[in-house]
Design a protein around this ligand. Sequence first.
Ligand code: SF4
Ligand code: SF4
Length: 490
Amino acid sequence: MNVVLPKTNAKPAPPREDSLTKTPPDDFRDRISTSDETGKRLWVYAKKPEGRWTNGRTWFSWLLIGIMFVGPFVRINGNPLLMINIVERRFSILGQLFWPQDAIIFAVAMLILVIGIILFTAAFGRLWCGWACPQTVMMEMVFRKIEYLIDGSNLEQRRLTAAPWTTQKVLRRTLKLGIFFGLSFVICNTLLAYIIGSNALLQIITDPPREHLAGLGFMVAFTLLFFAIFARFREQACTFICPYGRFQSTMIDENTMIVAYDHKRGEKRSHLQKEIPNSQRQKEKIGDCVDCHQCVAVCPTGIDIRNGMQMECVHCTACMDACDGVMEKIGRAAGLVRYASLNSIERNVPFRFSPRMGLYLGILAALSVLFFTLLFTRPAVEAVFLRAPGSLFIQTQDGKIENLYTVKLINKTMRDLPVEVRLENLPGALEVMGEKNLHVAPGKFTETSVLIVLDPATLTAMTADLKIGIYSDGKKLQTVNTDFIGPRKN
Ligand code: SF4
Ligand code: SF4
C-alpha cells in the first residue's frame, strides 16, 4: 500500500500545498483511462480487491453463474426455463412458450424490460453492470481469478508481461489461455443452448459434423469471440461495445445511487502525515483522502473514482472495498467511497423516490398487469380458421350447402395435444378431411382441411357467422369465428 508514514519523530513541518496536498488532475477527460496520449492501449493490471462488498458480490456471482449454466437445461412443464430461439422465432420464458402469434405479449415483455432498465438505472445507477451483467460476473469472478491463480498478483502480472519469453512464461501463458479457451467454449455452448434449446444442442454435438455445419460454424465463431473478449478486450467491451454505459447518463440524476467519492469529506487530499494534529488538518482543510491510489489500483477499468462519475465505471464496488480498507487502517470512518447519490453528498439529502421514478414505476406496474393478463389468458392452442382460398360454396344433391376451410393449429405447449373442432352456434355437420384424429406435436403446428355442411334453412342471409370450438380431451381451449357463404336470398 502506498500510504506514506514518516519513520522519524522529528517535529513536523507544516504541510506544504505543493507536496502534501493535491488538487485533482483536470486532464482526465482528455482520453479514456486505458489509452495513452497516442491512443495506444494501456493494459489494466487490477489489484485483487478484498472486503465485504467483494465478498457479497462473490456469493451473488456464484448464484448467478449456477443459474446461467443450468438455465437452458431446467424445464417447467416440459418447456425450457429460458430459450430465445431467434432462428425459429420461438421463445420460452419461465417455461411459457411464445410464438410469432404472441408478438403482442412479447412486445409488452420487451417494454417492461426497457422501462425496468430505465427505472432501475434512474434509482440505482449501474448496479446491474457491477452485480449481474454476465460480462462483469464472468470477467471479474472467473477469468480474472484464474489469472491471479496462474500469473500471481497485479504486480507479478506486470513483471511477467515485461519478462522475456522463458519456458516458465510460455507454460504459464499456454495454461492460462488454454483454460480461457475451454471456458469460452463452455460459455458458447451455453449461449447456443439458450438460442436453440438444449436438445438441439445435444443433437449438434452427437450427430455427424457434416449434418450441422451452420451450428458448428456458430460454435467456432462465438468461442473465438468470447475468448477474444475475456482474454483481450476485457473492460473495452464495456467501454466501447456495450451501449448501456453510453446512455446511462440520460437516465441518472442527482438522486441516483452511484458508486461515488465523497469529495466534501475527502478533499483536500493529502498524503498521510502522522504528525499533523487533527486541529491543524481542519485549519488547513485537509480531507480524509490520503491519496494512496488504492481505489485506482483495484479498478478493473483503470479509472480514478475521485474524478467523479465516469462512463467507464461499471460500479463493481472494488474501490469501495479498497478505500474502506485504507480508512480502517488509519482509524477513520469507512465510506469515503460508497453508494451515494450526488444529492446526499452535496446537500445531505437522503435517498428518496423522485417523481420521475414514481412515473416509471406506475408505467411498469400497468405493463406488468397487462403482461400477466395476456400471458395467463392466452390459449394453449392457437387456431386459424379460414375459408379455403378461391373457394365459394357447393350445393349438394340433397340441397345442403358446403363450405371448405383451411385450419392451422399451433400447439404452444410442450406436450402432445389431441384436438377436436366442433361447430358451436348452428346446427350442421363439420367433417375433418384426411386424418380424423387431430394431434398436434409439442411446440409444432399442423394444417388440415375442414368441410362444414349446413341446411339452407338455417341461413337467413347470404353469409352467416360461425363459431368453432377448439377442444382437447373434452376441454374447450378456444372459440374462433369464421363465416359461411350460401346462395343469394331473394
Ligand atoms: S471506479 Fe470503482 S466501482 Fe467504478 S469500475 Fe472502478 S473500481 Fe469499479
Ligand atoms: S479515495 Fe480512499 S483509496 Fe482512494 S486515494 Fe483516497 S484514501 Fe486512498
